[in-house]
Ligand binder design. Structure first.
Ligand code: NAD
Length: 260
């Protein structure tokens, strides 16, 4: 379905970004990866799906590096047709104790980076398809884009912000072929959440298994993690012809978290 298209997925060396990149690659899209840590392993996993894969190591907190990544992506495969703004970090502390540099980093990586990548991707998307436009912008927000949790001020602020950015991007392109939507996962067992499980287990002197059960029990009625594969399938739907008129939604996949 996406053969000949190019998808740039930020933060795709791990977790949800890697899951979405693999789901888009399975539909035939060439992938431009981004993110830190091991690159060779995830790159091989995507390449195994018989698509072209490139990588740019932009630090998403740095607008100049984002600009460089967007130019690189266009030079590799022609243009970016699908942009998935996914890179993100977390820090947990009460507001009065929240380190200022962590606040700045979370706002830069989880929110401002999506503005920069979007503003740089839009002109080519709007000009695609003989000027009628075609493009998909998918923002990986969070259930924390819809509801709050204590001790996550920067994260909740950034995620509410990205839901707002999603709506404005969708509205500014509503009469063309470029859509923008947000995905709002509940708990997904990635390194980002494993750190929170480990901290909970250490603080309460409980096992990892008990801490995991408590984490789910506090917020997620289904008592199940959402998986990167499930989130990838939702991203594929947004890219499908059936998603043509889905514009500006913040779609939660959260085991009922926000329904409470
Ligand atoms: P993860 O830690 O597995 O992956 C994060 C990715 O972002 C990695 O590839 C990492 O290298 C990259 N990254 C971090 N800082 C970066 C930077 N400055 N520049 C470029 N890349 C950077 O985490 P994840 O759980 O897969 O999170 C992905 C997204 O999903 C985040 O936006 C997160 O807020 C969101 N999310 C996660 C959950 C969850 O439960 N795991 C729930 C809701 C939303």
């Amino acid at each position: 379905m996406l053969k000949g298209k190019t998808a740039l997925v930020t933060g795709s060396t791990s977790g949800i970004g890697l899951g979405i990149a693999k789901a888009l690659a399975a539909q035939g899209a060439n992938i431009v990866m981004n993110g830190f840590g091991d690159v060779a392993g995830p790159k091989a996993e995507i390449a195994a799906l018989c698509v072209k894969v490139a990588y740019h190591g932009a630090d998403m907190s740095k607008p100049a590096e984002i600009e460089d990544m967007m130019k690189y992506a266009a030079a590799q495969f022609g243009q970016v047709d699908i942009l998935v703004n996914n890179a993100g970090i977390q820090h947990v502390a009460r507001i009065e104790d929240f380190p200022v540099e962590k606040w700045d980093a979370i706002i830069a990586i989880n929110l401002s980076s999506a503005f920069h990548a979007t503003r740089l991707a839009l002109p080519a998307m709007q000009a695609a398809n003989a000027g009628q436009g075609w493009g998909r912008i998918i923002n990986v927000a969070s259930v924390h884009g819809l509801v709050g949790s204590a001790e996550k001020s920067a994260y909740v602020t950034a995620k509410h912000g990205i839901v707002g950015l999603t709506k404005v991007t969708a509205l500014e392109n509503a009469t063309g072929g470029v859509t923008c939507n947000a995905i709002c996962p509940g708990w997904v067992l990635t390194p980002l959440v494993q750190k929170q499980v480990d901290a909970k287990a250490a603080a309460a002197g409980i096992s990892n298994q008990v801490a995991t059960a408590q984490l789910l029990g506090e917020k997620e009625p289904s008592l199940q993690f959402t998986t990167p594969e499930e989130l990838g399938a939702l991203a594929v739907f947004f890219c499908s012809p059936a998603g043509n008129n889905v514009r500006g939604v913040a779609w939660n996949m959260d085991g009922g978290w926000a329904a409470q």
